[in-house]
Design a protein around this ligand. Structure first.
Ligand SMILES: Cc1cc2nc3c(=O)[nH]c(=O)nc-3n(C[C@H](O)[C@H](O)[C@H](O)COP(=O)(O)OP(=O)(O)OC[C@H]3O[C@@H](n4cnc5c(N)ncnc54)[C@H](O)[C@@H]3O)c2cc1C
Length: 300
């Protein structure tokens, strides 16, 4: 299939892109790497009247840093993060994640901002930025910037908090300390495919950060605050035991006959109660494996 006819414009700057979006009144799409939008156009799942090409737009490839965060322009590609062109303020989590996104030809063109704006719940960046507590910076037009918490950015599958005429310009990633350790587990059928489940665990004792996330669910990724508190207070082994219960998977009975695998007590209301047992189990498995990776990393 071929796309429906559209008007093509190339924006020279973020400001111009925002103006062209506003002019289009909701029937205009930005084109970044084209790795998600291209197939959607060809399948006519997207039928914009105008495409605004932002690949060379000024303002999307800026880097900025201070003691607490590192800001990455939305126009950087997955491959540039993978290759270390962009500093990794997390001590390796960003680079580790990019290596598993699709395959190299897609990583060469696909952008960080495009992935976040596309908002596929199975995509890595959506989960990673939420797990890290990153901030998404959007250009509202007229030089105004809006900052959105990445863990509240998704409204649902393929739906974000961006308005129709906003351009995602950068992502502010919190800087982790040298003591920080992480685990990331993508559960998928074969390398290069989208995730069936994502688990991420981040622990930074110096900064008091403990965050655990289940991703690739049917909407926004979910944080597991009870599991994260166990991680901070009692360590990875105790945290791993809380995962299934917090997600809402019926915990398997303890072989000792004393209640559930969650340590014998419920850990609070389930965060994904609507998932089937099989779907919940996939997420619990990915999160537990991420925590086990973290455990190993903490020993090194
Ligand atoms: C075969 C295949 C396998 C893939 N596997 C994976 C995978 O395993 N994991 C994964 O995470 N991803 C995967 N992807 C998606 C890939 O990572 C894309 O790069 C990414 O989803 C979109 O980035 P892009 O720059 O190409 O955006 P585009 O395709 O150009 O745009 C995507 C959407 O975002 C909007 N947009 C783009 N930039 C901005 C911006 N700055 N501000 C506001 N809106 C914007 C566009 O208007 C469009 O609606 C896969 C893609 C393919 C084709």
């Amino acid at each position: 299939m071929k796309p429906v006819a559209f008007d093509y414009r190339r924006a020279r700057s973020v400001e111009e892109a925002a103006i062209l979006l506003k002019e289009g009144g909701g029937n205009t799409r930005l084109l970044a790497g084209g790795q998600s939008l291209g197939p959607m156009l060809n399948l006519r799942l997207a039928r914009p009247a105008r495409l605004v090409d932002i690949k060379r737009a000024e303002g999307l490839r800026d880097l900025a840093a201070d003691d607490t965060m590192f800001s990455i322009g939305a126009g950087f590609t997955h491959a540039e993060i993978e290759d270390g062109v962009v500093e990794d303020p997390t001590g390796g989590l960003l680079r580790r994640i990019t290596g598993g996104i699709a395959y190299r030809a897609i990583r060469n063109r696909g952008t960080l901002g495009g992935s976040l704006a596309h908002a596929d719940p199975a995509a890595e960046w959506i989960s990673a930025m939420a797990a890290l507590g990153a901030v998404i910076v959007a250009h509202e037009g007229g030089q105004r910037l809006r900052r959105l918490a990445a863990d509240r950015f998704l409204r649902g599958a393929f739906a974000t908090s961006l308005s129709e005429d906003e351009v995602l310009v950068a992502i502010e990633v919190p800087r982790l300390s040298r003591q920080a350790r992480f685990g990331f587990y993508k559960l998928c059928r074969k390398a290069g495919e989208f995730a069936k489940a994502i688990g991420i665990a981040v622990f930074d004792p110096d900064l008091g950060i403990a965050r655990v996330l289940a991703g690739a669910v049917d909407g926004a990724p979910v944080l597991l605050p009870v599991t994260a508190a166990r991680l901070r207070d009692a360590g990875p082994q105790a945290a791993a035991q809380a995962v299934a219960d917090e997600i809402g998977v019926q915990p398997s009975p303890c072989p000792c006959g004393r209640g559930s695998g969650g340590g014998g007590r419920r850990v609070g209301p389930p965060v994904l109660p609507h998932l089937s047992a099989a779907e919940g189990m996939l997420r619990a498995t990915a999160v537990r494996r991420a925590i086990m990776q973290l455990d190993t990393a903490m020993e090194s």
